[in-house]
Design a protein around this ligand. Sequence first.
Ligand code: AMP
Length: 282
Amino acid sequence: MVKATKISEVRDQVRQWKKEGLTVGLVPTMGFLHEGHMSLVDKAVSMCDRVVASDFVNPTQFGPNEDLETYPRDFERDCRLLEEHGCHMVFHPEVSEMYFDDAATYVEILSDMPKQLCGKTRPIHFRGVCTVVSKLFNIVTPDKAFFGQKDAQQLAIIRRMVRDLSFGIEIVGCPIVREADGLARSSRNTYLNNEERQAALILSKAVFAGQKMAEEGEKDANKIVAAMTEMIESEPLAKIDYVSAVDGVSMMPVDKIEGSVLVAMAVYIGKTRLIDNFIVEG
Ligand code: AMP
């Protein structure tokens, strides 16, 4: 596996691959990899001739009081995992390689879409995500890029950005990977102490309960959200940021389960903000 830190190294390698007629897949990550990330890499390896994973904690998607400084990092371990899963290149740039000190150009969706759900408490988050993903698309020029359904709003926003800006890259969404007990895998799970780790199960429990209601034919989105909210509120260590039902494409709130509906939540367990969701086709 090639380890690249410079944009020019990535460009040279990808140019070579394309000359050989090989297809290229991109898996953007912030590192501290787990089985959720690896499922994206596995999917990319199965669908593309060559796979590039980026491993970069992107400062522009963190707000001023968020966990940029403490975000977990272990590049050596990430490399071992990526290599084991057949990844061909990891791109691990310094912040200075990605952003000029006076960088002033951003990619931002100006509809209400990024203001819903996580956008309510993280107002600059999706602007940072769209900007770094656009940069990665320009650097790697992949045929396909792989994103997790775990970050459902991010996935919807990337699809919209790719459509609006004619990137010509196929976006492949991949299902949520969970721990054996249900907790969605996340690099941030490492922040949880034993008691919090146990309390964090309330997210997936609420997801499974909501999913069951929907599968059993409940069409009132507000009833599903209310039942999930009540469940989460029963956990003393949990503090709800939001539990919402939104249209699966536009991310705007819905009252009825009709078409593709995303039921998503963000919940603080102690100081750690965790997300989870499910999609129901009504
Ligand atoms: P991150 O490193 O948290 O920015 O995540 C990088 C990519 O991995 C994103 O597309 C995430 O949606 C995806 N991802 C993270 N956790 C999971 C998971 N538990 N299941 C599936 N995909 C995930």
